[in-house]
Design a protein around this ligand. Sequence first.
Ligand code: DLL
Length: 432
Amino acid sequence: MYWNQHYECMPREQLEKIQLERLKNIVERVYHEVPFYRRKLQEIGLEPTEIKTLEDLSKIPFTTKQDLRDNYPFGMFAASMSDVVRVHASSGTTGKLTVVGYTRSDLNTWSEVMARALTCGGTTKNSVVQIAYGYGLFTGGFGFHYGAERIGATVIPISGGNTKRQLMIMKDFGTTVLACTPSYAIHLAEVLESMGEDRAELKLQYGIFGAEPWSEGMRQELEKRLQISAVDIYGLSEVIGPGVACECQEKKGMHLFEDHFIPEIIDPLTGERLPYGEKGELVITTLSKEALPILRYRTRDITVLTKEPCACGRTHVRMHKVMGRTDDMLVIRGVNVFPSQVEAVILEAGGTEPHYLLIVDRKGSMDELEVQVEVSPEMFSDQVRGLEDLERKIRCQLESLLGLAAKVKLVEPHSLPRSEGKIQRVIDRRKI
Ligand code: DLL
């Protein structure tokens, strides 16, 4: 099922023509409207008219989060404030807010790509969509809201938190689609189980989860515990919010809506463009944004792009699940570690819960990684022997996967913090 079959299934040749047309327009526009871009292009002596093919995109310098911060709050906007009808912002963990703006036409584009994404995830006009992403400056709540309304589904704009009330509403209002972060979905599943509620009383069919990395193991866990089909959705404020890419029911990567965004993969160290199929940092250029067009934005997200056709019939490239962020990557004794790799090992081990925490510390000149993992209640009441075996199993698998010895600490069920939005899985004491 498609929301916009014409664009989503367009032959690539035709799609690339549209991309080139739009790319030329956007470069022309930012050159004239955004002093930051004019300066950057003048510095390298590039005239907008020199963009003649899609390959010419690689001549354009990157834009980074720091550029947005340096131009805080509205300095990168290409539209006048009287045409900006909305702002959102992402807080990040350090520094100032990153502020993004939308014209009326941008809100329209956002609703369009979110309607496509939600349709990919199984939403129809008959769905009842519970939006448990936060509403506010975060783009999650509003992005889903406008997309679901565009489809004509029934929207429950409940926002994050108040878990028992979420579950009561899910049951009483007959929610069929749950939209929230995967970590919050696991928490909802856990509270549902602890309340002794009968899953059969819920009408839930689909979950559309994103805003943070999650592994295939976490998908299986969520699908089993909530008895739903769970798809991954990707996006970031700087580009539009949620709705940049979303999985279809094939669940083999997220279709990235290429008539609005051009993706590239680069080597994060050299900035060099990598071919399809290679792992690297995702870079995105927006093609239709008015208030905040952005050229070659370095997302810091690590993924792989594939052009292989998808069984669903969509022709847009797919991006693999995000493996982590370049700034989330821990370097421990010279070894690169992403929390999502640890998650995969933990969930495969069995006898564990999908709750874990990575603690990195420095003892003398040595970095140490401790992985705290919650065990399942059955495992917890098992013999000490069983726990020792599980600890050893996780330790060995981490060592063979990462090539790094980590300390594994099994902890009681429900002892690690839960999240209602994006979860923090790493404590790096080396930086404190
Ligand atoms: O998180 C937008 C969003 C809301 C996406 C709801 C999906 C669902 P920001 O707060 O600007 O925007 O954070 C963007 O979150 O660069 C990724 O590192 C991470 N991220 C978003 N989606 C995924 C995902 C929203 N599906 C940053 N898998 C991005 C992994 C994700 N990481």
